[in-house]
Design a protein around this ligand. Sequence first.
Ligand SMILES: *[C@@H]1O[C@H](CO)[C@@H](O)[C@H](O)[C@H]1NC(C)=O
Ligand SMILES: *[C@@H]1O[C@H](CO)[C@@H](O)[C@H](O)[C@H]1NC(C)=O
Ligand SMILES: *[C@@H]1O[C@H](CO)[C@@H](O)[C@H](O)[C@H]1NC(C)=O
Ligand SMILES: *[C@@H]1O[C@H](CO)[C@@H](O)[C@H](O)[C@H]1NC(C)=O
Ligand SMILES: *[C@@H]1O[C@H](CO)[C@@H](O)[C@H](O)[C@H]1NC(C)=O
Ligand SMILES: *[C@@H]1O[C@H](CO)[C@@H](O)[C@H](O)[C@H]1NC(C)=O
Length: 573
Amino acid sequence: MSSRIPTLREAFTYLAGRPLRWFPQLCTFIFVIWYFGPVIRGGQPEDLIHAALPPPIGHPHQPPLYRPPTASSDDWKLRAHQVREAFIHSYKGYREHAFPADELAPISGHNVTNFNGWQISMYDGLDTMWILGLTDYFDEAVQFIAGANYTTNPKQYVPFFETVIRQLGGLLSAYALSGELVLLQKADELGGMLLPAFNTSSGFPMYAISTRTNATRPGWAGNTLWAEALSNQLEYKYLAHLTGKPEYFEKAERCMELMYTANITDGLFPTRWDTRKGTPVNHQFSVGAFADSAHEYLLKQWLMTSRSETKIKDLYLKASKSIIEHLLYITPNREILYVTDAEMHEQFQQPHTGTTSASPPNITSFPSANFEHLSCFLPGLLALGAHTLDLSPSEKEIHSFAAEGLGYSCWLTYADTRSGLGPDVMSMETFQPNITEGLWLPRLEKWKEQGRRGRPPGLREPGPAVESFYILWRTTGNLAWRERGWSVFESIQKHAKTQLGYASVLDVDSSSEKIPVKDEMPSYFLAETLKYLYLLFTDEEIIPLDQFVFNTEAHPIPIFEWTEAEKMLYNIS
Ligand SMILES: *[C@@H]1O[C@H](CO)[C@@H](O)[C@H](O)[C@H]1NC(C)=O
Ligand SMILES: *[C@@H]1O[C@H](CO)[C@@H](O)[C@H](O)[C@H]1NC(C)=O
Ligand SMILES: *[C@@H]1O[C@H](CO)[C@@H](O)[C@H](O)[C@H]1NC(C)=O
Ligand SMILES: *[C@@H]1O[C@H](CO)[C@@H](O)[C@H](O)[C@H]1NC(C)=O
Ligand SMILES: *[C@@H]1O[C@H](CO)[C@@H](O)[C@H](O)[C@H]1NC(C)=O
Ligand SMILES: *[C@@H]1O[C@H](CO)[C@@H](O)[C@H](O)[C@H]1NC(C)=O
């Protein structure tokens, strides 16, 4: 249905597409918004799928104009089943044509070793197999993994970040779900072998490591990306909890300590850090490339250890406040809310106050006005935060509005292309000549001051072209989001399915009958896309969100409490 909606060309200019990584972001935010949407928006009681959630907040909820036709429970079962079939189709293709390489090239049937040659598709798909009840594939994989040797070949280096979030995260999650002890043993083995990556004078991990010699290598950037520094804590802290080994906790926590003491203003954590000194080196503030999962790991770390490490929560609060203040903009004509990245100058000339007071007025922001699809995890994260943090009613409202407005914009970017799938980066229309007139927060404040007439800015109807989605959005009941998830799955089936698997879509806005696809099936398709879609369509709560957090590759990790003994051992205050 989505492919026939008129385009948003007047608002968006699509930049040329590199291989797209849009599936998971879309599925994450659809899943999280579906899960929390009714709570955030103050939906109908029957929409609340989770009895333990607190009462809805005071959102100016309007009664549904129209309830979209939704499928019955039986239909959803059937839809979940089709996602399961899609997984079987892709994994079978990988298993028969590419294993033991990393990934399948789903058109040519070639195999690809684009990571470590450690069967990344199998590791990434492991917990999904368990969730889908594919015991034959799961057991076979466990047996294979039991014999794995993570010693690299001479001269081979493995990327630390990718190996942690995919391979280590996959092992830990599959262990947590299945209780297969050998998976924990292998996680411990792999986690230990990767540990020398942290052997830098700051304590930030190096980009890549040889597990044969413990030698390390920097990445192309020459310094540490914020996302690299802060996307190993869920995995290593859970591993510390499972094994009782202090070094796992200490290495991961060292990166956090560098954040607590960083000389930055408010929550403006820049994208690049000095690997040797552990200090910021640039002024770019972003939620997209180089930063995305770090924001996630702040909130999720706090959640994973049962909200005990309040220092981390404070970092998330600061960072998210800065995002809302400095990175959220609306477009001039249609008032579409988007998140961008910005050069934040003079931030380092500010004395470090260490307080959460409003940011100093002399920070000058140079927004790029790019809206990256990688950033579409943000509405889900803000929704999760609004739901779990002890925010004041007014802050909670701001976070919820931002989540809702951005969720809608992300959805629009999918809905408004011919393929029904989203582009990687969009360059947004800006206010001219003064770009900061588009900042969202002052407009929201003004709307409040003026008596809250109509819908908040950035959450208004963007125009008749997308009315059906607007109505879908207005009615929000979780079923609307489920339907959106279903329409995404239909687009995937229609455009991406090949004889052997599923291919990446190259040009989402192509006008040709046949949407161009790329001969690749990234492992995250098995880890994230199909998992979130399956969870979205199953009535049964397989992975309750009050018991698990998802790492940035969608591997669920259980929420746990540090014992008194652990607190002493790891020096957790
Ligand atoms: C992977 O591809 C190479 C050629 O690129 C081929 O030699 C090898 O046999 C293939 N491996 C598998 C498991 O198909
Ligand atoms: C893994 O391979 C390395 C090098 O080939 C070897 O030295 C080591 O003993 C192997 N480890 C195990 C557990 O088999
Ligand atoms: C850490 O690096 C130093 C040199 O920078 C080296 O001497 C030391 O052995 C390394 N430690 C480990 C555990 O690899
Ligand atoms: C690599 O570091 C580990 C400690 O993490 C150590 O046990 C091992 O001996 C080191 N290997 C080499 C080749 O230095
Ligand atoms: C913080 O950074 C600013 C600007 O780079 C610098 O002037 C100041 O001395 C730094 N403060 C500390 C405590 O390092
Ligand atoms: C740009 O717009 C902002 C917000 O309306 C305003 O505070 C600022 O003074 C304007 N800057 C210039 C140079 O006009």
